[in-house]
Write a new protein. Structure first.
Length: 102
């Protein structure tokens, strides 16, 4: 049974991935739909980042973690090197936790 499920899921994944290149010239989407699809991908990615960065399991990770995420986001927005972004975010979170901010 598990082998059958894996094969079915693999075949479905392959068919979904190959459908894009095969249907590219056959299906045309209006410009409005393309903009909505592009925006929805960005919103989905931001929601995933927010949930994974601000929660600790099933609950809110605390204000120190949220502040670290904000500082890291601002540092990335200012185009600082990745190492600097990570260090600033971690230092902010650790510093606030050291001073008792949960």
């Amino acid at each position: 049974m598990p082998v059958t499920a894996v094969l079915i899921l693999g075949a479905g994944t392959f068919l979904i991935r190959i459908a894009g290149p095969l249907l590219r010239d056959r299906v045309t989407l209006p410009d409005g739909v393309r903009e909505v699809i592009s925006a929805s991908a960005t919103v989905l990615l931001l929601a995933l980042v927010a949930v994974s960065a601000l929660t600790n399991g099933r609950q809110f990770g605390g204000w120190a973690l949220a502040a670290g995420v904000v500082v890291g986001g601002l540092a990335a927005w200012r185009k600082l090197p990745v190492v600097a972004v990570i260090v600033l975010a971690a230092a902010t979170t650790a510093g606030l936790r050291f001073f008792g901010v949960a």
